[in-house]
Design a binder for this molecule. Sequence first.
Ligand code: NAI
Length: 708
Amino acid sequence: MAELIGTVHFEKRDDVALLTIDNPPVNPLSTGVTYWMAMHLEAAIADDDIKAIVITGAGRAFIAGADIRNFGKTLPADLPKPSKSAGEWMESSPKPIVAAINGTAFGGGLENALMCHYRVIKPGAEVGLPEVKLGILPGGGGTQRLPRLIGAENALIPMLTGDPFPTEEALRLGIVDELIEDDDFVDGAIRYARRLVSQNEGPRRIRDMTHWTSKDRERPEIFTSGEDFVAARMRGQFNGEQIVECARAAVMSESFDAGIAEERRRSGLVQAHSQRAAMVHAFFAERRARKIPDIDRDTPTVAIQSAATVGGGLMGGGIAMCFANVGIPVKILEVDQAGLDRGLETIEKNYASQVRRGRLAQADMDARMALISGTLDYQAIGSADVVVEAVFENLDLKKQIFSKLDGVMKDGAILATNTSGLDVDQMAAETKRPEKVVGTHFFSPANVMRLLEVVRGEKTDDQTVATAMALGKTIDKVCALSTNAPGFIGNRMIGGYTQEAQALILSGATPWQVDQVVYDFGFNMGPFRMSDLVGLDLYWRAHKLAGGTLETASRTSKVSFKLCEMDRFGQKSGRGYYIYDERRRATPDPEVETIIRETAAELGVNQRPVDDEEVLKRCLYPLVNIGAQLLDDGVALRASDIDIVYCYGYGFPKHLGGPMYWANDLGLDVVVRDMQRFAEEYGDHWRPAPLLTRLAEAGDGFEVLTSS
Ligand code: NAI
């Protein structure tokens, strides 16, 4: 007999029925929970002594989502069937039902609480609808009841981000009715239920509420702002579009049931969509990436209560903000007063712009600024628990800095470098404590971008790696571990991508075509817009400094260097591949097409039209091929880590799972066959990495995650 997973305890507390959900550790919805909930509700409703019902969770959660062990399970055949589902009993009960939210109420947890007639909450408990993150939508009535309860405007963006509502926010918006601060939360909730009974407050069903829907019908702009949010932050993500439509249905449908039917229909569409599995993979990949197989989970970490950065430029300043944002005091060490003033001013401007856009309270900005201070003196940073070096990308300079840091930092401090790809071991070798040296590669802007590549040097000890990973979590980063190889994971991969983009324009594609294809795929920006943004001159100046000329430039650098020689450095000079107006809008420039044509002719390349499919494959396959090589070389731990690096650091659309997931989905046999064809046509750099060939030949693929 199939066993029921989880249960619900039924206790009579005089005139109140207390139902306690029990499915450790976080009470996800399961066969046993929904079955016993229905049976007990029926019994409680039928019992004349009972005047009200309180539903709560055992332990630290109310209900956190659905139990994955439950999927596809049916009830044992010999059990008496409940005459209505738990949800139907909740909503239709003639006796008031109070959801006593004792802890996390996510997904189905909040949806069940919304089927109850009243909600009370324990301090610190959070509620939310995170379904969007798993590629689905709140299909248990969530998209219909939440907008009815708190208005579509308050409900929509949280359903699109999946972010939880903290207790105070849930109270303020009216998701919950009362905060119960009693030592015994359940006693407090029961007292609340009795008060309802004594005041003759009967069932109050969200399905019958019209306060917000009648208002929201007059405000269609709410949905436009939802659409704008999807366009700006989740372009191409199918479930985002569907959530907006469900919220619209909640407001516009002629009845609650019609809205529910629409939610069910759209929920079916997202369940069946190919993006769903990709997003499940990305979701679990993020969690998996935190686990380092050879480091014990319980490895003690260094408590980080103070921090420092060396360098307060673009990255150093952003990194300092990351610390201040979570209340960690941070000192910025600069080379001179002017550098320091510039750095602190930029930070202040960044915060002020967040305040202007309503994203940060002035008081919070003041508190954060108060945590950031500057110094020119190494002694002043010696007591910090962690120091992150973020000076110019120059190994000799970085080595000098590490030698100085070794002299001043206290014992046990973590010495980190934000290098984009230089040799961390050489920096560590300048110290007498190489085991405390680690790479922490942030992405720009550091206070915004979620990725943190943690780079383990040859001698970095477990505690230092574990501390860097834990610190990443504290400052709200998504971490992935790399070994100390040139360019680590991400920059090594992007090198292949940008080079192939250059090769593509020599083949006959235009920069605008390449950018459009990559944009349509889901990246925010194609490689040429990105080069213009970063500045074409960085690489050109380095080449010239090393004595290089146009003649000695590589084939794939020539067009870019020619543009630089014409003072076309990108956005900053108003021209690069594109021409930019004062509002930074980009227009393709025919002159650039001429330069490309001439360069191709000089290099003996016969140009021809390149179709969009080839453009996409030639842009993305290098990521897959280099990714596979990194796995073979042990630089990256797992294919899913590579997906995380690319989604969070380089804008690969998360709803497509990451480059390795994407390749899998396409079929590694297809990828390898295409690459072999490209190798014939464009050269040996297209030879598939051994791991790719091995997997394709075995009919195998990279690991796809379906759970944690
Ligand atoms: P930046 O030029 O904006 O800032 C460097 C800062 O270091 C300057 O303010 C400079 O005054 C200061 N500095 C130079 N020598 C110093 C010394 N001896 N002592 C103290 N301060 C000194 O450069 P950015 O972009 O912030 O880059 C810093 C590091 O971060 C580099 O290693 C870079 O490769 C890396 N990085 C840069 C990213 C980016 O997108 N810009 C992304 C990820 C890493």
